[in-house]
Design a protein around this ligand. Structure first.
Ligand SMILES: C[S@@+](CC[C@H](N)C(=O)[O-])C[C@H]1O[C@@H](n2cnc3c(N)ncnc32)[C@H](O)[C@@H]1O
Length: 185
């Protein structure tokens, strides 16, 4: 079973100090547009989620799916504080299911930041998320270089390919491995 980040690290992951090396609005701007539907598996307490919600605007929607209820509690509190709760739907995942079958073909962007290495089965993760994407949709895969080495990231890209997702770009994100994946063909 993959190691899952404990819920009590949620406030640290969502801390404003992290913005010193990862600034969500700048990092997300190339990928998120007004009106988009964004799926964020493993949002934790929402370091990225609140800025995604700001970028999609009132016409957009963010579906944030986490395994841990206490991560989702923290995310909902932070969203309510910033007046963004109406744009963010939270869902509780099962260990082997993101519970997103109803989103087939509806999603413009999947934001998978620092989460795939915690999944019990990365192939199943990519199959589930690929199914949610619109034909022109994309998946931004980012993994922390401190936890995921180059070979492990390459293995994730192979798992993504098995689900029909190929590498469209390799953006540079500090302290991370990153790839933009799109549906093949
Ligand atoms: C390292 S944290 C990253 C949080 C956030 N993406 C960030 O970058 O700040 C990983 C998150 O993925 C969640 N997670 C782990 N396994 C999961 C699964 N099978 N389904 C959904 N979420 C999962 C954890 O509960 C945790 O909130």
């Amino acid at each position: 079973m993959a190691h899952v980040c404990p819920w009590w690290l949620g406030p640290l992951l969502a801390s404003p100090l992290r913005r010193l090396w990862q600034l969500p609005p700048a990092l997300l701007a190339p990928y998120v547009r007004a009106g988009m539907t964004v799926l964020e598996p493993g949002p934790g307490m929402g370091f990225f989620t609140l800025d995604v919600a700001r970028l999609v605007g009132e016409a957009g929607r963010v579906v944030a799916v986490d395994l841990q209820p206490r991560m989702l509690d923290g995310l909902r509190r932070r969203a309510a504080r910033d007046g963004l709760a109406g744009r963010i739907e939270t869902r509780l995942a099962a260990p082997d299911s993101l519970q997103v079958d109803d989103l087939k073909g509806c999603v413009d962007l999947v934001l998978a930041f620092a989460v795939v290495h915690e999944m019990p089965d990365s192939r199943a993760f990519f199959a589930q998320t690929a199914a949610t994407l619109k034909p022109e949709g994309s998946l931004l895969l980012v993994e922390p270089a401190g936890h995921v080495n180059t070979a492990a990231f390459a293995a994730e890209l192979i798992a993504a390919k098995a689900a029909g997702l190929t590498v469209a770009a390799r953006p540079t994100i500090r302290r991370s491995h990153a790839a933009v994946l799109r549906k093949a063909g």
